[in-house]
Design a protein around this ligand. Structure first.
Ligand code: ZN
Ligand code: CU
Length: 482
């Protein structure tokens, strides 16, 4: 006899399965940390029933591109994510992960994006994983090992290619991370800590990935500007020679002279897809944000200065104005403001739409936690649902949801997540498709979105009637582990 009792019953919803199928009317039963039933739940009894009349119910969103490595330890409520309907974050992107790296003397850029020297305190990936488990986080946390971190830990001089011996050491560190549940390896080949790494160094490390089923290579490519096609070519070649799936992070074409080149890059990806596994992620903004570096100032139409330690009085100012006040050019101004971060307006809406519409594209915020952040930290997912789906029709709703749920779960190997299906984990979001919208903007980047009503992580309500609760349902999610 079937047991029709459960902990929480959600009724009268518009159900999105996460796989991209058309929505259906029905409910969902949560028992423990799992989905016990979906569809017709009229026979079910529960301690608590929530009527979702007028709301959509979807698998919780997976933010595939985050820099929440430290945030999950220090701010376990994860309000910027929970208020967007995000139930899992993937940390360790762009080649930077908090582990394995212990007692650094100084941080080579961009390692400082994650925290200070004192925050790099995990000698092994397993130690980081234990810290995440102990932190009792509101959302699930899955992690990549960062190539830049491995380099900083292993190489005395990161401005050189790694030697054979150093590659061997990094492979041992990477193996430890993969055994401890890391999803794969990330690189940030455009950044100082990694840009002297030749393709062969990355291929050698990626061969280690090939020994772990499901492990993947994720990259912030060497170039997203004038040589973006070359960089896509390098990424495809790395995946092919190592025999591993690849993900291109925050795919974009930077600088006016490069607008429209996503036509070429997506054609390259389509061609490669006939022979190997490739996917990418994108965020829905025309501005990017990262460390303020002189060499990054050339392609942007305008740059906002944030988080300058040397000249905090210029935070929130345009770099061109700062340069004028300082009586120098923008590159020099960037040098004088360091360490600082910048918001770079430098992408075209046509490229963003085209990339977002590609069937292998997922959504990732690339949010960098902290004050005066880019609005993507708080707004990415509701922005896609409100502006790209409802207002502009760039995607249909079920396809947008697929890009936020089953697609990332499948690509990153998050077992039994990303679908509304019996036996899957009860990671869920209920939202109003008519009102969901991001409110965070460049002036007020830390405003919570509207229209996200209920969020469950492993069956635990972390957002209830639009309000963050004190409950914590997240756990460390290891590669392929259900
Ligand atoms: Zn990046
Ligand atoms: Cu990133």
């Amino acid at each position: 006899m079937t047991d029709y009792t459960c902990d929480t019953l959600l009724t009268n919803a518009l159900l999105f399965d996460g796989l991209g199928g058309p929505p259906t009317r029905g409910g969902l039963a949560i028992r423990g940390d799992r989905i016990a039933a979906t569809g017709d739940v009229s026979d079910w009894q529960a301690n608590e029933t929530i009527d979702l009349d007028g709301l959509c119910l979807a698998p919780g969103f997976i933010d595939v591109h985050t820099h929440d490595d430290l945030a999950v330890l220090n701010d376990s409520a994860m309000e910027p994510k929970v208020t967007q309907g995000v139930t899992s974050v993937i940390v360790g992107n762009c080649g930077i992960s908090l582990a394995p790296y212990q007692n650094p003397v100084e941080l080579v850029p961009p390692l400082g994006l994650l925290g200070t020297v004192d925050d790099y305190r995990f000698g092994s990936f397993a130690a980081y994983r234990s810290a995440v488990d102990a932190a009792s986080v509101a959302v699930n946390v899955a992690a990549l090992a960062g190539h830049g971190t491995l380099r900083a830990m292993t190489l005395e001089d990161t401005e050189k290619p790694a030697s054979e011996g150093q590659i061997a050491v990094m492979r041992v560190l990477l193996e430890e991370a993969l055994r401890a549940g890391a999803l794969g390896l990330s690189t940030g080949l455009a950044y100082p800590v990694a840009r002297h790494a030749p393709t062969e160094e990355v291929v050698a490390l990626s061969r280690t990935l090939a020994e772990f089923p499901g492990a993947l290579y994720v990259t912030h490519m060497r170039d997203e500007r004038d040589r973006v096609e070359e960089a896509v070519g390098e990424t495809i070649a790395i995946g092919r020679s190592a025999g591993v799936p690849v993900v291109i992070s925050h795919h974009k074409c930077i600088g006016r002279q490069n607008y429209g080149r996503s036509v070429n890059t997506l054609a390259m990806i389509d061609k490669a897809l006939l022979q190997q596994d490739i996917a990418m992620d994108v965020y829905p903004y025309e501005a990017s944000s990262t460390v303020l570096l002189p060499e990054l100032t050339r392609h942007a139409e305008r740059i906002l200065v944030i988080d300058s330690a040397a000249h905090p009085e210029f935070n929130g100012h345009e770099l061109s104005d700062v340069a004028e006040k300082m009586g120098c050019d923008q590159e020099d101004a960037a040098r004088r403001l360091a360490p600082a971060r910048g918001i770079y307006f430098q992408m075209s809406p046509e490229d963003i739409n085209r990339i977002m519409q590609h069937p292998r594209t997922m959504i990732g915020s690339d949010g960098i936690p902290g004050p005066q952040a880019h609005p993507r930290l708080w707004g990415t997912f509701p922005r896609v649902l409100g502006r790209y789906v409802r207002e502009d029709g760039v995607l249909v709703l079920e396809e947008a949801i697929r890009k936020m749920t089953s697609l990332p779960a499948q690509i990153f190997g998050l077992a039994r997540r990303g679908r509304l299906q019996e036996g899957f984990f009860a990671d869920l979001v209920a939202f109003d498709a008519e009102t969901v919208l991001d409110l965070a903007d460049y002036d007020k980047p830390d405003r919570a979105s509207v229209g996200i009503e209920h969020v469950f992580v492993n069956g635990v309500a972390v957002l209830s009637n639009g309000t963050v609760t004190s409950a914590r349902g997240g756990r460390f999610v290891a590669r392929g582990e259900a």
